[in-house]
Design a binder for this molecule. Structure first.
Ligand SMILES: Cc1cc2nc3c(=O)[nH]c(=O)nc-3n(C[C@H](O)[C@H](O)[C@H](O)COP(=O)(O)OP(=O)(O)OC[C@H]3O[C@@H](n4cnc5c(N)ncnc54)[C@H](O)[C@@H]3O)c2cc1C
Length: 458
């Protein structure tokens, strides 16, 4: 970096420039996953769109690798880099709700919890993920799965428009009406095409209360439970979201102490319809006879932040994911074997029920691939001690290999930590991949935005 150029850049910059050695460099360079330890040459914490424009210009002039960061939750560490520049949007936060139009305008660096809180102030909600400190930007531009997904779709299904700064410093509004070709790609492969400084989302009416909780069962019952879930799921109300997971029971309430360390099946359920209809809608799951049942009416905002502490910054994390073709006995056997061999209770295999509103969107309507599958599949490992890195990463890899035969087409881009053209093709499929390459050639031919699941312009 040329010193004079840096000084000129710094003079006009309204936000904060954080070089190595400055007081808050260590904090500013850290990202959610403690496995990722990179040292950028510069962190540019933008205060507005002008800062984003000048950071891109500076990076290109100085030939710096560009990482773009909002919530910093990329599990693979795509929002930071060694020696390049991090264009950090975390100061660019804010939500404005138009309650009449039921639209939220959301600044690029906003966190989920702030979108949730702003929408709920008007009895509204936008489908987003399940941990409040995740960034809206990375989550949405990849897809955005969560508790309201069957009721109202993924986050991308509710994304009406984005304001984008491109590699050439153009400012584009991207929606069904404007730059529609790019809007197709932004929904699933968004980080490839520029920096989103603002989003517009459609909101839905949701009272303060949902009915939510967890059901716990011994693993020996997995096959019988799965048979019941297979029967129930096709007719389940869109207002019910459920997960079906395997893990090792921990020795803390509400899990019974005698189960500690043993494989268990857990199901979570959320009913987001009228509270007086929750009992009937959730009855088929509660009647399965769980050892533990924590389902009860809860404040939606509490539910949306209830995992924040458990998933706090600073954990070591590895994951793999896919979409499950069907809840088959083969899948159950492979999953149970893997979880029994897990190195710690931080390892889990989870399915999230799809269908409902997700399945009513044309699979070709956007770059995202995988919505036709009945379940999203996540293999996750979380631990604290770096000496256990290899054991957990190896468990994640071998578990996903064992489950691969049971998966359907597509991968959720936000789950993919490894990269390369094969990985990217497996996310989108060959046809969508080719279409994305064409978009990349138009909007980022020099591949300035390459720290992501990268579509190479070729
Ligand atoms: C604790 C935790 C919980 C999660 N829960 C869910 C969940 O419930 N549902 C779900 O779908 N996913 C979930 N995820 C995955 C999550 O969607 C991704 O990690 C996502 O990338 C996080 O977005 P971020 O803004 O925090 O990430 P960042 O690390 O800041 O960015 C992720 C990617 O997006 C790009 N990017 C960031 N900001 C912008 C921008 N403004 N414009 C353009 N590109 C940008 C970055 O360059 C990077 O490639 C979770 C992840 C974690 C760690």
């Amino acid at each position: 970096m040329e010193t004079a150029a840096l000084a000129t850049f710094g003079e006009a910059f309204q936000g904060e420039i954080v070089p190595p050695g400055s007081a808050n460099y260590e904090t500013a360079r850290s990202v959610w996953n403690a496995m990722i330890d990179r040292r950028p040459a510069l962190i540019a914490r933008c205060a507005g769109v002008e800062d984003v424009l000048s950071a891109i210009r500076f990076a290109r002039d100085q030939d710096l690798v560009v990482a773009v960061r909002s919530g910093g939750h990329s599990v693979g560490g795509f929002s930071t880099c060694d020696d390049g520049i991090v264009i950090d949007l975390s100061l660019l936060q804010g939500v404005r709700v138009d309650p009449e139009a039921r639209i939220a305008r959301v600044a690029g660096g906003t966190l989920l919890r702030d979108l949730d809180a702003a929408a709920q102030a008007f009895g509204l909600a936008c489908p987003v993920g399940v941990v409040g400190h995740t960034g809206v930007a990375g989550l949405t531009l990849g897809g955005g799965l969560g508790r309201l997904q069957r009721h109202w779709g993924y986050s991308i299904d509710n994304m009406l428009a984005v304001e984008l700064v491109t590699a050439d410093g153009e400012q584009l509004r991207v929606s069904e009406e404007e730059n529609a070709d790019l809007f197709w790609g932004m929904r699933g492969a968004g980080p490839n095409f520029g920096i989103v400084t603002a989003f517009e989302f459609r909101l839905h009416e949701l009272g303060q209360t949902v009915t939510q909780g967890v059901l716990l069962f011994p693993a020996e019952r997995a096959h019988r439970l799965a048979a019941r879930v297979r029967e129930w799921a096709p007719s389940a109300s869109d207002e019910v979201m459920t997960s079906f997971g395997f893990g090792l029971a921990v020795d803390e309430p509400p899990s019974p102490p005698e189960l500690a360390g043993r494989p268990v099946v857990y199901m979570s359920a959320t009913h987001s319809g009228a509270p007086d209809e929750a009992d009937e809608a959730l009855r088929p799951l509660r009647d399965l006879g769980p050892l533990v049942d924590t389902i009860e009416p809860r404040r939606y905002l509490d539910v949306q932040t209830m995992a924040d502490e458990e998933m706090a910054w600073g954990k070591r994390f590895y994951m793999k994911g896919g979409f499950l073709a069907e809840l088959s006995n083969g899948y159950l056997d492979a999953g149970l074997d893997s979880v029994a061999a897990a190195p710690s209770p931080g390892c889990s295999i989870t399915l999230w029920l799809q269908g409902g509103a997700i399945a009513r969107v044309d699979p070709d309507a956007m770059a995202f691939t995988g919505r036709e599958a009945p379940f999203w599949l996540g293999v996750e490992a979380e631990w604290d001690d770096r000496a256990l890195d290899d054991a957990h990463v190896e468990w994640g890899r071998s578990t996903m290999s064992a489950l691969q035969p049971f998966t359907a087409a597509g991968h959720y881009v936000n789950d993919m930590v490894e990269s390369g053209e094969d990985v990217v093709r497996s996310i989108y499929g060959d046809d969508k991949y080719e279409r994305l390459v064409n978009l990349k050639r138009t909007y980022d031919p020099d591949n300035v935005f390459r720290l992501n699941q990268n579509i190479e312009p070729g």
